[in-house]
Design a protein around this ligand. Sequence first.
Ligand code: AMP
Ligand code: TRP
Length: 330
Amino acid sequence: MPKSKLFSGIQPTNLLHIGNYIGALKQWVELQKKYDCMFCVVDLHAITVPQDPKELRQNILNTAAAYLAVGLDPKHCTIYVQSEVPQHSELAWLLSTLANLGELERMTQFKDKAKKHGERASVGLFSYPVLMAADILLYDTQVVPVGEDQMQHVELTRTLARRFNTRYGDTFAVPQALIQKVGARIKALDDPAIKMSKSESSANYIALTDQPEVIRKKIMRSVTDSDKYIRFDPEKKPAISNLITIYHHATGRNLKQIEQEFENKGYGDFKSAVAEAIIALLDPIRTKIENYLRDPSELQKILDAGRDAALELAEQKIKQVRDRVGLGRK
Ligand code: AMP
Ligand code: TRP
């Protein structure tokens, strides 16, 4: 039996952080043997908010280096850059003729970002989920591992696939989201009410390339909750629960074991343990990222091969789509 197709991507907007690792990359590494995987650096999504061209180019390489450093293996998966496969943009246009305004206006991520950018929010920010649907549907993807925040976009993708199939005949597989339970959403270290995000202050996140002393500082300064117990209770103790979740993912220990480990200990001891666990986790990752970037020739080769493999699949699919829609000439 051929393996099911899996697709996911991350925007090359800045340094990747442990939220991305726990919510996305760590899962990808485990999934790559089970599925036929495509992991994309989604640069077209990144430009829905203004990017400096030089920085964007660098971030594309940084993100790809992080994919490889965490253990994605080009023998098992296709790693490539979205804009190098123009069929993504073409399919996004075609799908945009099926998506309606009401649907897109309901997207929480759009509402949040539109608030921030006001009148200057781009049309691209609005149609962002359609491009994401195109990414997914272009490869007849069955499984889409994403964080909770992207769930709504995968739902929309399913809707668009069904709508296209109904109107033009069976063309696209209807994909499913795959969400990880504990740690689906890692919170900001300085504010557990919001998610850890690279677009906020640097006290908010731990980058995959942060040095040990930076990690220690950020964890020791992270906010805590009012009582002094180390207990997992996201409602009443959001800050400590967030650190417990991170610790769980860094060490593999379960929540009960962690609560027991720190039963008679205070926040200071707990935070030191969390910091050291993150340092141990990120040490080899940081070293590998630095190595890939120091001499990017291997990285470039992997991205060339990924692009070629993706182009071949994408061209086959888009031909079928043009034909179904009746575009161009026979
Ligand atoms: P982004 O950095 O927003 O492009 O997200 C890239 C991937 O990482 C997506 O699958 C997100 O759902 C996931 N992700 C981003 N931030 C977090 C977070 N704070 N916690 C868990 N997953 C996250
Ligand atoms: N929108 C996703 C995010 O911000 C990134 C993304 C773009 C994606 N295209 C995708 C994720 C396709 C999964 C599948 O995290």
